[in-house]
Design a protein around this ligand. Structure first.
Ligand code: SAM
Length: 405
């Protein structure tokens, strides 16, 4: 059995997707085949309940100069971060000369509200191009991996942070021991570490198997984040369900005894117990669900091809790498995928090498069906692409099961 990266307990593997490419390695026709491959398998720690990958991808293979993901491409995420930034300004950051650090600040979508309000802030992100987008917004960014040494440098230069915030990033970082030593060095005595991430409970409830990919090293729950905080000398004091990304959770962590834990923590732990989030039966059902979804999706795509229907992919998301490569979907079934991220356009998806085109190609002419890989932004995309439905187009989704809308 593998050893838990959080508590050194035993990790019980529940699914093996086999050899998979790094999910954001969009290649050119010339570099196709140069993708880094690894064994994508997930398990649950029998001690602390943390769901995690069995094999770790070297961080430089994922986060580098050309890392393509940009938070600002979703208007919903933009508004979500702005609303939370405003809430922090009225609460945790309401004191004298407050200071906020963001781990994984990406293109500065969250921090630009603090820049506008003149609040001291610092983003930390190792991916050069996205950090430059943040700088262009006037956001202060350090291009580096956050870890213990980075945190000590920031503490020495800027002083303690009242809030350390991180969204959709700490789950990407296997070395949480170093992260928490860094938080300990940087966080003010009564400060808070706020983490937001995809929620294991939502993933299991929706059989959202494509949320398992290289970057998502951990899938957090209230139970496992509480145990992680305790392991590294902190305490989980609040948890707040969020609707974004198909179901997320915001966790507030403080030094032990500094804050009274909110009732939500115990309530959500009880809900997780009832859902069976630590039970092997849940993972057995999940495994069956993955196989069923893949079989049905490929069968549907083959049937549509046989009938002469046109199908285009929508959203060359990182998580689409899992469904595309595990189900074996190539350009013969989905000739191209539309995506609004310029860095992905004109490139080929990792592994199966489906071409990525700008969204303008979607309507030239509209296909009969669009396979929605960005299902976590379904509402936003369907509202934007009303013309597709009006032209008779139908959406194909595979979460929570294969269905046509
Ligand atoms: N926080 C943004 C959001 O929620 O939209 C960006 C999330 S993006 C999926 C993950 C980001 O984490 C990337 O910009 C990546 O470069 C960054 N990242 C990965 N490892 C990191 C580390 N050790 N320290 C800081 N940032 C890191």
């Amino acid at each position: 059995m593998a050893e838990c990266r959080i508590c050194a307990g035993e990790v019980d593997e529940f699914f093996d997707f086999g050899r998979q490419p790094v999910s954001d390695s969009f290649v050119t026709p010339e570099t196709a085949g140069s993708e880094f491959f690894f064994r994508l398998a997930a398990g649950i720690c029998t001690s602390c309940t943390m769901v995690q990958l069995i094999e770790e991808v070297p961080r430089e293979q994922m986060f580098h100069e050309d890392y393509p993901y940009r938070s600002a491409t979703s208007a919903v995420m933009h508004d979500h971060f702005e609303a939370f930034a405003r809430r922090l300004l009225e609460t945790e950051l309401a004191g004298d000369d407050p200071f906020i650090v963001e781990i994984g600040s990406n293109d500065g979508t969250m921090l630009k509200t603090f820049r506008k309000e003149g609040t001291r802030h610092l983003g930390v992100d190792p991916s050069g191009q996205v950090a430059d987008f943040a700088r262009a917004e006037g956001v202060r960014v350090l291009t580096a991996f956050f870890e213990e040494s980075t945190a000590r440098e920031i503490a020495a230069e800027d002083g303690p942070a009242d809030v350390i915030f991180s969204a959709n990033t700490t789950s990407h970082i296997p070395y949480m021991d170093s992260i928490f030593r860094g938080v300990d060095a940087l966080l003010a005595p009564d400060g808070v570490l706020v983490l937001e991430d995809r929620y294991l409970g939502s993933i299991m409830a929706a059989n959202a198997f494509d949320q398992i990919y290289d970057e998502h090293f951990y899938l957090f729950s209230v139970s496992s984040v509480g145990a992680m905080a305790r392991t590294f000398g902190f305490e989980l004091v609040d948890a707040e369900p969020l609707p974004v990304h198909g179901g997320s959770m915001r966790y507030t962590i403080a030094r032990p005894g500094v804050r009274t834990p909110k009732a939500a923590v115990a309530e959500l732990l009880e809900r997780e117990r009832r859902q069976g989030l630590a039970s092997p039966e849940t993972y057995r059902r999940f495994t069956e669900g993955v196989e069923r979804s893949c079989t049905e999706l490929v069968r549907l795509l083959e049937k549509l091809r046989a009938e002469g229907r046109t199908v285009v992919g929508y959203g060359a998301t990182a998580k689409s790498a899992t469904v595309i490569n595990y189900c074996g979907i190539g350009p013969d079934l989905v000739p191209f995928i539309c995506d609004s991220t310029p860095a992905k356009q004109g490139r080929l998806t990792p592994g199966m090498h489906i071409p990525v085109q700008p969204p303008e190609e979607f309507s030239k002419p509209y296909p009969d069906y669009a396979l929605l890989f960005a299902w976590n932004h379904a509402q936003e995309i369907m509202a934007k692409e009303q013309g597709f439905r009006e032209a008779g187009g139908r959406w194909i989704l595979y979460v929570p099961e294969v269905h046509i809308l």
